[in-house]
Design a protein around this ligand. Structure first.
Ligand code: NDP
Length: 429
């Protein structure tokens, strides 16, 4: 069966039916099918080897975002997240963008940065020159510390040096060396940390200073991925709103976020609503991606919108999202967590670059989903209807009662735990 991310009626299937659909669609092996059907979690013995002081595991719902076409390839997107309406909203927008030709993406080379901090140099200018004069030797030494990466076509490629706070007090003066490393398909934190640690003694010798920090920078501004979409207004029309009204509302909502950090933080949180679930489902480090993304949003000196929205000469809505993507398809938990391993089979990405490109497309879809709701019905209509089931469960409902109470909450427009408890009491009576 050809893999299409368009699966009409998926929402109405039972969990069992959805699993079976995916098993058939991907022709999953018996082992993978067994994992999906009967062991949808992390075994404690694996967890115990991943981190310290383990007392159990903590599960999140794992869902799939549908309808995504990115660079003319269909992707079904595994998303691990607790918040209702994220997956529905991403899938809804992906369907619109699909009709408009899909997302277009690109990515830079995957160059990650390792930092070495040197303090107490008797002469910082001379120290800088000394490091730069031995640049090739240092790059070679870094690569000698990780020959397997070089064998894969990656490795340390460049080195730069800056003097920070040159004219300030002795404590704030320092020299910072940046080692630029092509980490291939790994996020590269451990790779880079190994490399920069190995360089520390030579750097101390060259500078007559003291090396303190030797660590990856999560500001991965040489490891960027960008997604764009072009949507004719007619595809944006919704109940009571013309496509042009929705398009103009989205652009003005963007302008708000671009100019006001109070709005930008929430706007960007909505983008990460799409990105983090894929990062988590693929066993990547979401703190690293979050930190890099927010820093990038402030790269012009003021915290601003991660996306841009505008219109072209034909009146189409144009969206763009570019972010640092410090992630991998190997390393970390990506090949340890059994559900992450399965997530890669569903995603069908062959490289870290491809994963990065797909993830920024999801972030862009998520942003448009939130903005479209905000400029039309408001976020609460769709969100609270989906949230009603969590509210019912928080009030103690289980089994069939969850949907009964949730429907009542929506019908009476009172989606509150207190009211759900009252309904439960009446129902039990
Ligand atoms: P790993 O330490 O697991 O290293 C990835 C390994 O995968 C490589 O060393 C390489 O080992 C192997 N590999 C196999 N195929 C490839 C390929 N195609 N390309 C590249 N490597 C390949 O992971 P990372 O170095 O990526 O580190 C990520 C982890 O580090 C995450 O868990 C993160 O949470 C954590 N971390 C994050 C920090 C931060 O963000 N500041 C700081 C410290 C840790 P070999 O060559 O031997 O086969």
């Amino acid at each position: 069966m050809e893999i299409s991310s368009r699966i009409p009626g998926f929402y109405n299937m039972t969990i069992e039916e959805r699993k079976k659909y995916l098993i058939d669609l991907y022709n999953l092996s018996e082992e993978d099918a067994e994992q999906l059907l009967h062991h949808p979690s992390l075994p404690e013995e694996t967890a115990d080897k991943m981190i310290e002081n383990v007392i159990g595991t903590f599960s999140l719902p794992l869902a799939v975002g549908l309808n995504f076409t990115v660079d003319e390839k269909d992707y079904i997107i595994p998303m691990a997240v607790e918040e209702p309406s994220i997956v529905a909203s991403a899938s809804y927008i992906a369907k619109i963008v699909r009709e408009a030709g899909g997302f277009k993406t690109e990515a830079t080379e995957r160059i990650m940065i390792g930092q070495i901090q040197v303090v107490g140099c008797p002469d910082f200018k001379k120290a800088k020159e000394a490091i730069l004069s031995e640049k090739d030797t240092l790059i070679q030494a870094a690569n000698d510390a990780y020959p397997s990466l070089v064998a894969r076509g990656g490795g340390a490629e460049d080195l730069e040096v800056r003097i920070i706070n040159e004219h300030s007090s002795q404590y704030s003066q320092m020299l910072i060396a940046h080692l630029y490393v092509n980490t291939c398909d790994a996020m590269g934190a451990n790779i880079i940390n190994t490399m920069v640690e190995s360089l520390a003694p030579v750097v101390e010798h060259l500078t007559n200073g003291k090396v303190y920090l030797r660590i990856l920078s999560n500001y991965a501004d040489r490891c960027l991925a960008k997604a764009t979409c072009t949507i004719p207004p007619k595809l944006l029309a919704s109940d009571g709103f013309t496509g042009e009204e929705v398009r103009d509302g989205v652009i003005q909502a963007y302008e708000f976020a671009a100019s006001d950090p109070y709005r930008a933080v929430t706007h960007n949180k909505g983008i990460m609503n799409g990105i983090d679930p894929v990062i988590i489902a693929t066993g990547n480090d979401w703190r690293a991606v979050e930190a890099g993304a927010h820093a990038y949003a402030a790269r012009h000196g003021k915290y601003s919108s991660m996306t841009t929205w505008s219109k072209d000469e034909e009146g189409n809505l144009i969206g763009e999202l570019e972010l640092p993507m410090s992630l991998g398809i190997v390393g970390g938990a990506s090949r340890v967590h059994p559900m992450a391993k399965l997530a890669y089979k569903i995603l069908r990405v062959d490289s870290a670059k491809e994963l990065s490109r797909v993830i920024v497309a999801v972030g862009l879809a998520q942003n448009l989903g939130a903005l479209k709701s905000l400029v039309t019905d408001g976020i609460q209509k769709g969100h609270m209807a989906l949230h009603s089931r969590s509210v019912a469960m928080a009030a103690g409902a289980s089994g069939e009662l969850v949907d009964i109470i949730a429907d009542k909450l929506v019908e009476e427009k009172e989606i509150r735990v207190g009211y759900a408890k009252k309904l439960m009491e009446e129902y039990v009576k």
